[in-house]
Design a protein around this ligand. Structure first.
Ligand code: DC
Length: 227
């Protein structure tokens, strides 16, 4: 069973993806974390983001691993735990830039397909292109979205708890900038798959969204189970 969760940043994909994976005992793959790891690797080597060949080479030579259960998933870059480092806004922007490089996408998509296919029980993958490119035949596709203002409030609250908040206005500007790059890039832009279930989470709390996703997933399992 492959479940795709796509949508813009801050719509709740990773929290809900983890909850769903835990509930159905599926592997959880945070594909954004992989782009973040490449973004961090580029920042650390001081390479120019304009130099696409160099950025692609960094992606090719980086060993990216996702380790652990959904609720305490850790991200390793060349054997180093970078789970906390990749969560800064700077690395988020770097990830968004490297994700426009086709060769980077090719490398990471291949990695994601292998990990998803090799999971004995199946996987929940969250990202931007899971239902459209990585697993176009996924059993279930969700597209989670929310108004930019609602996503900015959530991100700002999270950052405040971590002590890394700037201002709400700046957070909103960064979200808008990242959305713009994610939907306008040439290769695999953020798009709603034709067969995706779209959920706008602006006015819903976590439990309400989870209940909806759980109901839809259970329905799908019932449909696919021979009687
Ligand atoms: O989900 P996130 O914010 O951690 O993702 C970081 C960036 O990576 C995001 O701006 C776009 C990119 N990304 C992508 O292009 N394709 C994916 N499947 C996942 C993330």
């Amino acid at each position: 069973m492959i479940i795709a969760i796509d949508g813009p940043s801050g719509a709740g994909k990773s929290t809900l993806g983890k909850m769903l994976a835990k509930n159905f005992n599926l592997l959880y793959l945070d594909t954004g974390a992989m782009y973040r790891a490449v973004g961090l690797a580029v920042l650390e080597t001081n390479a120019s983001f304009e130099d696409k060949a160099r950025v692609a080479a960094i992606a090719r030579n980086s060993k990216i691993e996702l380790v652990g259960e959904p609720e305490d998933l850790r991200i390793f870059l060349d054997g180093r735990n970078v789970s906390a480092e990749i969560r800064t806004n700077e690395v988020g922007q770097a990830a968004s830039i490297v994700s426009t490089v086709s060769e980077v996408r090719r490398i990471l998509v291949e990695h994601q397909r292998t990990l998803g296919q090799n999971s004995a029980t199946g996987a929940v993958l969250d990202g931007r292109d899971i239902g459209t490119v990585v697993f176009p035949n996924a059993d279930l596709k969700f597209f989670l979205t929310a108004k930019p203002e609602a996503r900015a409030v959530r991100r700002y609250t999270e950052d405040s708890e971590k002590g890394t908040a700037t201002t709400y206005e700046r957070t909103l500007a960064e979200i808008n900038q990242r959305d713009e790059r994610d939907v306008s890039r040439e290769d695999s832009p953020l798009q709603i798959a034709a067969d995706a279930v779209v959920i706008d989470t602006s006015e819903l709390n976590l439990t309400e969204v989870f209940e909806q996703m759980l109901g839809i997933t259970n329905e799908k399992i019932a449909q696919d189970t021979p009687v």
